[in-house]
Design a protein around this ligand. Structure first.
Ligand SMILES: C[S@@+](CC[C@H](N)C(=O)[O-])C[C@H]1O[C@@H](n2cnc3c(N)ncnc32)[C@H](O)[C@@H]1O
Length: 865
């Protein structure tokens, strides 16, 4: 809404069909030109009927219908609409007849039938008196009263249950852009209903579903709408840049086997079954060409269907050429093609068109054409398979060899690349995934192709074409998968310059991007905290066993309480019960959540900074640094907390014994000072820095190299993520055990006020001398058993949370998404797209021209089904 002139007063009052409507123009939908449609439907409703208005707006159907006597369920998802709808219902004095809801249309449809059944409306009681009539009546009664005359008796009419209005007669769906997509919500709404209700719906309600069409004649409009809804049902969402809706509409003609301009449910089931055939693309092409449904394709059919997509401006096709004669015999001959023969003809058709097109454009027959002519051929034959960027640069192919012209070999090589694009993509994905720097050159491409195919798949000329278009004409480059995007993905669009923004070390980072990074890290921090608490809870019992094992000393012979971890667990269970394993979980979580959150956030942050934005690769040194720094930061932030916590515990116990008031945390902080707060920090660092430096790189390599995450768009399952995260914990936890043993000893010492060990080194040496090398790895297996599932569940939680509730303003790393990797849409829609492959090869414009030239389809009368 833009104010052109006048006061910015948007709340208006409008009159239509004897009703008054108040609404805020900027917040709700209103279109005065719809008044004829409002009147048309309201005129159709009988006063005793119940109307359900799914997209009611501010009530232009609901209020007049209720004024007429109809009972109305009026719904709108927009709370502002619902608000003004209620106001208008009150203003028009029809509150007893209109029930307003504010919910999604789909939910409304599914609930409305049951609602009216369970809470019926009062029966129709004749036309509602107007305000004037009501006033007249009031005055008459007043006069009678003043004159002392007897007032007319009011008779309470008894309402019989069968008179109540409990059946919806009309659904109004005035949301032309998408109402049709809500129709499936009606399916099954009566099937679970009680038998009486089903009986009441023997005659089904009329559904008034508004749609848009450009056709003016009813027949054509109807066919158009049916085609549209069919396309809605089969076309993949967001995949229409290169394959147009008209082209999906081709499939309507195939699905409409009876040629009635109508695809029944049965037709649709057959159609979907055909789509599941592995050769659905050829099958669809066959149906499309077989116009007389004979099961064969003859010369005339082939010619007329092909010609329908060739305009006078197109490069002509010679139907009397040798190639056509080889397949179909002489012109008007008796040779017809069955399905199998037809598939071979289709497979070779493009090659023949290419040959004819080259011959046609190479007027002087010197074996060369001009760059623009090459572009023209490619556009006609395979324009839909290429991105705009590649199309724009097609003429530059002439720079591959001297002379500024393009030879038939080059045209053919280019065509082969397009034909084998899936193979090109597979090779590129595999080769870049295996390459150390995530990039490949032309030789890598050819080597990889040779290794993975029995016969030579691509010639050097074809490889140089691939690299020419991916590398934007600069020869000899090593290219990343992202560079090939423009060749592999027809919907590819030039990215913004965001790579430059993200390069490490760049100093001109804008304030907003800094803020984004801050918020995104805070968000990750919160998720990391939740995930940390989740992981810790799951492994808390193991933690308990580990602590008890490490705390017992073997210096005094015969005092060993627990033989091993299993024994320890058994004893806890026996002596303290199951809950014994969870003693002290609460405070533990308070400590663990921020610890894990810091670790995960710092690791993510540094990795994100160090990552090559084009290949997604990180150098090993950076990986180790990111992990190590994550461990270090965790210690620096959580060490003081832990010390204060221990002090509070010790003081609390002491104070309890002495009956004194324990001192608070602030007092302890002051008392200890920085040095005191970081006491024992080196032991923690010694344990956590190497742990994280080992853990995170191993985790990431297990995901990418062993479980192949991201390879051909692969997403890891829960089990795979859990396995990678748990396996990575094993070496990390075991190798960091000595530091953990020393740390625990020092902490217990500090707690008990003893001074046996003089610092870290001394503790190491003493434990080694007194208890032997094995003592340093005491509790090692328990640590592995505890750490690896804890990290497993923590990281599983973290990654699942990140996937399920991603940071809303996340800048997604650029990816090459193609038909090979896309699995987001449902399979039936992908199948529909694939089914068009062969037909689009006939001509990139196949559907557009055919749709324009198709005869009006004869339609049967519309049925409500
Ligand atoms: C084209 S307007 C029609 C309003 C009114 N029936 C009229 O004729 O003026 C469509 C209405 O549908 C509402 N709407 C859009 N999507 C909806 C949904 N999913 N569920 C319910 N109402 C929706 C909009 O808020 C809007 O008021």
């Amino acid at each position: 809404m833009e104010l052109l002139a006048g006061e910015p007063e948007y709340v208006v009052e409008h009159h239509e069909s004897d009703c008054r409507f108040t609404f805020d123009f900027t917040k709700v939908y209103w279109n005065s030109r719809l008044h004829t449609e409002h009147e048309r439907l309201v005129h159709m409703f009988k006063p005793e009927e119940v109307i359900a208005d799914v997209f009611a707006g501010v009530g232009p159907f609901a209020a007049p219908a209720a004024k007429k006597g109809c009972a109305v369920l009026a719904n709108d998802l927009n709370p502002e609409s619902a608000k003004y709808l209620s106001i208008n219902v009150t203003n028009n004095r029809v509150t007893d007849l209109v029930r307003v809801t504010c919910e999604d249309g789909r939910e409304f449809i599914q609930k409305s039938v049951g609602r009216v059944w369970n809470e019926p409306f009062a029966p129709y009681s004749g036309p509602k008196p107007s305000r004037v009539q009501e006033e007249k009546e009031r005055r008459r009664l007043q006069k009678l009263r003043a004159e002392g005359q007897a007032l007319p008796e009011t008779v309470d009419v008894e309402v019989k249950p069968e008179q109540l209005r409990r059946r919806v007669s009309h659904f109004v769906m005035n949301l032309p852009d998408s109402a049709i997509q809500f129709l499936d919500a009606f399916r099954g709404i009566l099937s679970d209903a009680d038998p009486n209700m089903r009986e009441a719906y023997e005659a089904l309600p009329m559904i008034h579903c508004h749609c848009f069409t450009r056709e003016a004649e009813p027949d054509k409009a109807e066919a158009d709408i049916r085609r549209e809804s069919f396309v809605n049902a089969i076309a993949p969402k967001g995949d229409l840049t290169k394959i147009g809706r008209v082209q999906f509409a081709i499939l309507f003609r195939v699905a409409d086997t009876s040629r009635r301009g109508l695809v029944s449910w049965e037709d649709f089931v057959v159609f979907e079954t055909v789509l599941k055939r592995p050769d659905a693309d050829y099958w669809m092409a066959f149906q499309y060409f077989d116009t007389d449904h004979s099961g064969f394709i003859d010369y005339n059919e082939f010619r007329s269907v092909m010609s329908a997509s060739i305009t006078p401006e197109s490069i002509p096709f010679d139907f009397d050429c040798d190639w056509v004669q080889l397949y179909l015999g002489k012109k008007n001959g008796t040779h017809v093609l069955g399905y199998n023969e037809f598939t071979q003809l289709m497979k070779g058709l493009q090659g023949e068109r290419l040959r004819q097109a080259f011959k046609f454009l190479d007027a002087d027959q010197d074996g060369f054409i001009l760059p623009d002519q090459f572009k023209r051929i490619v556009l006609e034959i395979a324009g839909h398979k290429l991105s705009e960027a590649v199309i724009d640069r097609l003429p530059t192919l002439c720079t591959l060899s001297p002379g500024q012209r393009i030879s038939y070999s080059e045209v053919n090589a280019f065509y082969n690349v397009i034909k084998e694009m899936d193979m090109v993509e597979r090779i590129i994905r595999e080769a870049t995934a295996k390459s150390k720097d995530g990039r490949i050159d032309q030789n890598d491409f050819l080597n990889h192709a040779a290794m993975h195919s029995r016969y030579s798949l691509f010639t050097p000329m074809e490889a140089s074409i691939v690299f020419h278009f991916a590398g934007r004409g600069v020869p000899g480059q090593r290219l990343s998968l992202l560079d090939f995007g423009q060749l592999l993905d027809p919907r590819w669009k030039a990215p913004h310059s965001h790579f430059e923004d993200d390069k490490p070390g760049q100093s001109t980072v804008s304030a907003t991007s800094l803020m984004h990074k801050f918020f995104s890290s805070s968000y990750n921090f919160a998720l990391g905290g939740i995930a940390g608490a989740f992981g810790a809870t799951i492994v808390y019992p193991i933690d308990m066993v580990k602590t008890r094992m490490q705390n017992q000393r073997s210096t005094v012979v015969g005092q060993m309480l627990y033989k091993n971890s299993l024994d320890c667990a058994k004893k806890i269970l026996r002596n303290e019960g199951f809950l014994g394993f969870y003693r002290g979980l609460g405070p533990q979580l308070v400590g663990v959540a921020p610890e894990k959150a810091i670790k995960l956030t710092v690791n993510d942050l540094i990795r994100g900074k160090a990552m090559d934005p084009e290949t997604g690769r990180i150098k090993l040194g950076w990986e180790l640094f990111a992990g190590g720094a994550a461990g270090g930061c965790q210690v620096v932030f959580t060490n003081p907390l832990e010390i204060v916590k221990i002090r509070l515990q010790v003081q609390g116990e002491a104070a309890k014994l002495e009956g004194a008031v324990p001192k608070g945390a602030i007092h302890i902080v002051r008392q200890l000072g920085i040095v005191g707060l970081y006491k024992g920090v080196s032991a923690c660092l010694l344990r956590d820095v190497p742990f994280s430096a080992i853990y995170f790189p191993v985790y990431s390599h297990l995901k990418s190299d062993v479980f192949q995450e991201g390879y051909n768009g692969k997403q890891l399952s829960f089990v795979e993520t859990l396995s990678a995260a748990a396996l990575a914990g094993m070496p990390a936890a075991y190798l960091a055990t000595p530091a953990d043993v020393v740390k625990t000893r020092l902490q217990v010492e500090a707690k008990q006020g003893q001074t046996k060990y003089n610092g870290l080194r001394d503790a190491f040496v003493k434990i080694y001398r007194e208890e032997g090398f094995k003592a340093l790895f005491k509790g090692g297996p328990a640590r592995v058993i505890r750490s690896s599932p804890q990290f497993g569940f923590t990281l599983l939680g973290y990654e699942t949370l990140k996937k399920m509730i991603p940071y809303p303003w996340e800048e997604k790393p650029p990816q090459v998404a193609t038909a090979l990797t896309s699995r987001s849409d449902d399979l039936a829609r992908i199948r529909a797209r694939n089914a068009l492959k062969i037909l689009l090869d006939v001509h990139g414009d196949v559907g557009r021209l055919a749709a324009a030239s198709s005869k009006p389809l004869s339609l049967s009368s519309p049925k409500l089904s």
